[in-house]
Ligand binder design. Sequence first.
Ligand code: CDP
Ligand code: CDP
Length: 233
Amino acid sequence: MQKIIIAIDGHSACGKSTLAKALAKELKYVYIDSGAMYRAVTLYAIENDWILDEGKEVDREPLIENLDNINISFNYNSTSGKSDTYLNGINIETEIREMPVARAVSAVSKIKEVREKLVEFQQKLGKNKGIVMDGRDIGTVVFPDAELKLWITANMEVRTARRYKELIEMGSHISVDEVKQNIEARDYEDSHRAESPLKRADDAIDIDNSYLSKEETLHEAVRLVNEKLLSIS
Ligand code: CDP
Ligand code: CDP
């Protein structure tokens, strides 16, 4: 069976990675979480004290000078059954999901040099196809020729409630309002930056999963994949 590239984009906490992971498992494709890469670079900047003004600003020069010292990799975790993110050989899967990283990641991800490095890495990972990648610019910049592009949406209340539940389960002490503010701030920053802003690719197919379960969303995506595979075979 022919292998394709599936690009999944959308705003924060709309269900992209949940769908991308399930779809990759179903198709026996590789799943790549591009957001985890921006989060890893952000953690590196936090560890080096290059994040200023509570996450709004970045001390760009030292970060850009040290980009070659940032090595990101993914390894399968047999306990969780998921792939964990590593920064220079250290498992950072938990830290990158926490609020300090969430607060600063949009400021880091608007830096052109950071994007260039990560996009090159992402394109390398997709060169043999058979990949599902989620993020903000996958269908527009990373894989503009992806055979299937999905644009995932869900309403703000649903997104906030889902992300809040996730953070509380991780042991985070956070309010619903803080979660909502972070989602709104990142949506704004990610959509208004100069470099590869978040936007729907013209040829993307929309899936609104506000009222769909994870299984229903996966079912719809599999249907779209099969339709695509039939049309190009
Ligand atoms: O999980 P959530 O949707 O909240 O975020 P994420 O996918 O982990 O991405 C974290 C941040 O990384 C986003 O808010 C963007 O600032 C940045 N990002 C990006 O700029 N381009 C991508 N392809 C993926 C993420
Ligand atoms: O990757 P993105 O930030 O777009 O969202 P996600 O991490 O896939 O989903 C955010 C949260 O919503 C996760 O805790 C998912 O388990 C949950 N979710 C859900 O409850 N129902 C769905 N249909 C999709 C996601």
